[in-house]
Design a protein around this ligand. Sequence first.
Ligand SMILES: Cc1cc2nc3c(=O)[nH]c(=O)nc-3n(C[C@H](O)[C@H](O)[C@H](O)COP(=O)(O)O)c2cc1C
Length: 224
Amino acid sequence: MNIIEAVQTRKSIRDFKPDPIPKSILEKILKLAIRAPSASNAQPWEFIVIGGEVLEKVRQANVEKLNSGTPPSPEYEAFAWPLASVYRQRQVEIAKQLFTLMDIPRKDSAKRAQWMERGFRYFNAPAVIIITMDRMLPEARPSLDIGAVMQTICLVALEFELGTCIENQGVLYPDVLRRFAGIPDSKRIITAIAIGYPDWDFPANRVESLRESIAHITTWCGFE
Ligand SMILES: Cc1cc2nc3c(=O)[nH]c(=O)nc-3n(C[C@H](O)[C@H](O)[C@H](O)COP(=O)(O)O)c2cc1C
């Protein structure tokens, strides 16, 4: 797969086949992905790869917390997109697309809750990659570097016929991850990437997210 194909093919996958991913493949993906650039080559990322029974326990505990109404406690700044903004409009647009594909009416709170749960179950992925950053680092700056490695993981995964979904939802209960995966307090939990073999029969996996036109978001200086 060439680079353009990979960039065009990558999309967020929200249901996976149960087939486990061999550890050797996950290792290869991470080894390639850490070729991502980072400021001063500081490489401020660390990974916790969770699968098997441990992942089942994490899924269950996440869902228990969600359903008991436990407020999320993310360790990486999470905020709502401003209401009267184009960002919020885009967020609503992708949600509408997904809900239409999944046949979830706007007012069906039970179906919406089930959909929400999926994220906390890592969309049934057989593995999840948690990305952490040492707490000695300030939160804001190294997130640029984390973004670079995050996208590189998602692109490299395609070469192994794996799909991914980067998800904030997966790290909203960091205490669960710490308990079952032994993540020390000295590491800030930044994000999760659900990874597995896509189930292409799952309606939401057919979503085609939209993008703004380049004309709207680009200023050209010194060009005709
Ligand atoms: C930092 C980040 C956090 C995300 N968190 C979630 C999430 O919690 N749940 C989810 O379903 N998708 C999540 N996504 C996926 C986005 O919704 C998705 O990237 C966007 O809609 C564009 O679609 P595409 O990835 O299919 O191109 C996240 C993506 C990023 C980059």
